[in-house]
Design a protein around this ligand. Structure first.
Ligand SMILES: [Zn+2]
Length: 139
C-alpha cells in the first residue's frame, strides 16, 4: 500500500536474508554443520520476526472496526456492497452501511446515513489502531 517508502528496506532485507541462506547452504554442503546451522537461524530470524509482526498487527488492528452498535466485531461480519466514489462500501450484520475510505494519512470508516450522506465514525493512521473519528479531520 505504501510501495515507495517500504519497498526498499523490504528488498534489502530480502537480499540479505537470501545471501545468508545461500551462505548457510554452502556451509552445510561443505561440511560446516555448526556454522551452517547458525547462519540458517540468523537468516530465518527476520523472516519469522516479520511474520510475527504481521500476525500481531493483524490481531491488534482488525481490518474493519467494531460497528456502531458494537455487535459486529470481525471482518466476516461485514459484507462487501460496492465501490463508490468515496471508497468501498460494507454492510454490517445490523444492516448499517459504512464507507471505508483510504486517505493519504489515514483510513477512515464512515457510517452511511439513511439520507445517503456519510458521517465520520472511526479512523486509523498507518500502523495505528482504530480510534473514534470525531470531526473527520486528519488529526
Ligand atoms: Zn453491526
Amino acid at each position: 500500500m505504501n510501495g515507495r517508502v517500504t519497498l526498499r528496506p523490504v528488498v534489502t532485507c530480502f537480499l540479505v536474508v537470501a545471501c545468508v541462506f545461500f551462505a548457510a547452504d554452502i556451509a552445510l554442503k561443505s561440511g560446516h554443520r555448526t556454522l551452517g546451522t547458525v547462519l540458517f537461524l540468523v537468516a530465518a530470524a527476520p523472516v519469522l520476526g516479520g511474520c510475527l509482526v504481521i500476525i500481531v498487527y493483524d490481531a491488534l488492528v482488525p481490518a474493519l472496526p467494531v460497528c456502531g452498535s458494537g455487535r459486529c466485531r470481525k471482518f466476516k461480519h461485514y459484507t462487501y456492497v460496492r465501490e463508490s466514489h468515496d471508497g468501498v462500501i460494507y454492510r454490517c450484520r445490523c444492516g448499517t452501511e459504512y464507507v471505508e475510505r483510504r486517505d493519504k494519512d489515514a483510513v477512515r470508516f464512515m457510517e452511511v446515513c439513511s439520507d445517503g450522506s456519510v458521517r465520520p465514525y472511526m479512523k486509523h493512521k498507518r500502523w495505528g489502531r482504530w480510534t473514534p473519528d470525531a470531526a473527520g479531520n486528519s488529526d
